[in-house]
Design a binder for this molecule. Structure first.
Ligand SMILES: *Cc1c(COP(=O)(O)O)cnc(C)c1O
Length: 369
């Protein structure tokens, strides 16, 4: 899937070694027996679901997790044979295909099984318990007992796992985390047989909360080298390696006279005679308009994006002339300077998760390993 050629010099580089190192370091940090479920939903948080899946499996991830049935089917079609868990809701109409393709689905409602025919192959399910996230999951112990009974009446469905999801694992205050964990343990008592795979931890809990590990952890954001929050970033048990960097080149340079305005709305006016570069990347690539003012790296120095970011292009104020074709690092290192995904997230007041996810398909992903 690596593009062989592209004529616009804008691309994201994905270092699969960083992803592998993050998994290996996590494994070292946890007890060896604890499995890693590599979370590759949303096209691997924008990094490429297929490539990230292969890299994760190479270093011993035992399962992949996606959000939707379609994401799971896509990986199967591409030849991924490992266990795959769909974390989100699957419709009952997906059950036959899921069993045929050996895709594990998340269940949390007894009624889900009402309209499902006898399945061609055994369907693996993980039961989701809502212990305080308020999103998906069984909410009461009696509902859980009924759900387990319903499944036990079927010989074509196996309870392979049970899990929950924390709402505040990345925060300093552990009150809600602890209460969710306690509630989860209470729910576990209702299983007549212990399911093969009990899991609760996302990245934040996997890195910081030893008592949340059980059989496996769902490793998402930090597999890509990003911290779930500023708090976790301060408490990391090992350094994370950010896998994605973002690059382009200067395609046009000009000297403008004081008073010249730049871009839509003429919101920027040159105060002096200034050198201005045009970059071939814009909001249709995922460089959101709110990033106006953000620095980019050219010749190892920070230069600000000025004026409004356009759909396909943006302008940068230089501190002197640079040649056409000069490399630009939007995210990553150049010389001694670095711009991180977290810096972009802070600039637009969002979380690190959102930045790689909104990089669109127009930006080729180039893999190094
Ligand atoms: C996305 C997701 C994860 C991964 O969370 P990170 O914070 O990215 O590690 C884990 N579990 C569920 C249910 C998810 O939806």
């Amino acid at each position: 899937m690596q593009p062989t050629n592209f004529y616009r010099p804008t691309f994201a580089k994905i270092d699969l070694n960083e992803i592998k190192m993050n998994i290996l370091n996590l494994k070292k940090h946890m007890n060896e027996s604890i499995q890693v479920i590599a979370v590759v939903k949303a096209n691997g948080y924008g990094h490429g679901d297929f490539e990230v899946s292969k890299a994760a499996l190479q270093v011993g991830a035992s399962m992949l997790a996606v959000a939707t049935p379609d994401e799971a089917i896509r990986l199967r079609v591409l030849g991924i044979e490992s266990p795959i868990l769909v974390l989100g809701a699957s419709p009952p109409t997906f059950a036959v295909l899921a069993s045929e393709h050996d895709i594990t689905v998340t269940v949390f409602q007894q009624d889900w099984f009402l309209h499902i025919p006898t399945l061609p192959k055994k369907l693996n399910v993980h039961i989701k318990i809502d212990t305080g996230m308020g999103r998906l999951g069984v909410t009461t112990e009696s509902e859980l007992r009924c759900l387990i009974q319903t499944i036990h009446q079927r010989s074509d469905v196996l309870i392979d796992g049970v899990f929950t999801h924390f709402a505040t694992a990345d925060e300093e205050n552990t009150e809600q985390f602890t209460s969710q964990l306690t509630k989860f343990k209470t729910f576990l008592k209702h299983f007549p047989e212990r399911p093969r795979c009990i899991h609760t931890a996302n990245s934040a809990a996997a890195l910081m909360q030893k008592d949340s590990l059980f059989d496996a952890v769902r490793f998402g954001i930090s597999m890509y080298g990003l911290s779930p929050s500023a708090h976790v970033s301060n408490e990391l048990p090992f350094p994370l390696g950010q896998a994605m960097t973002l690059h382009t080149e200067v395609v046009f340079v000009k000297k403008v006279t004081a008073g010249t305005t730049i871009s839509y709305g003429a919101t920027y006016t040159a105060e002096n005679d200034e050198w201005i570069a045009t970059l071939p990347i814009g909001y249709a690539d995922g460089m959101l308009r709110k990033l106006s003012g953000q620095a980019v790296l050219i010749q190892g120095k920070r230069m600000p994006i000025i004026g409004r970011i356009c759909m396909d292009q943006c302008m940068v104020r230089l501190n002197g002339q640079v040649p056409i074709g000069e490399p630009v690092v939007l995210i990553g290192r150049q010389g001694s300077e670095q711009i991180t995904i977290e810096e972009w997230a802070q600039k637009i007041q969002t979380i690190s998760y959102e930045i790689p996810c909104v990089l669109t398909n127009r930006v080729p992903r180039i893999y190094t390993s």
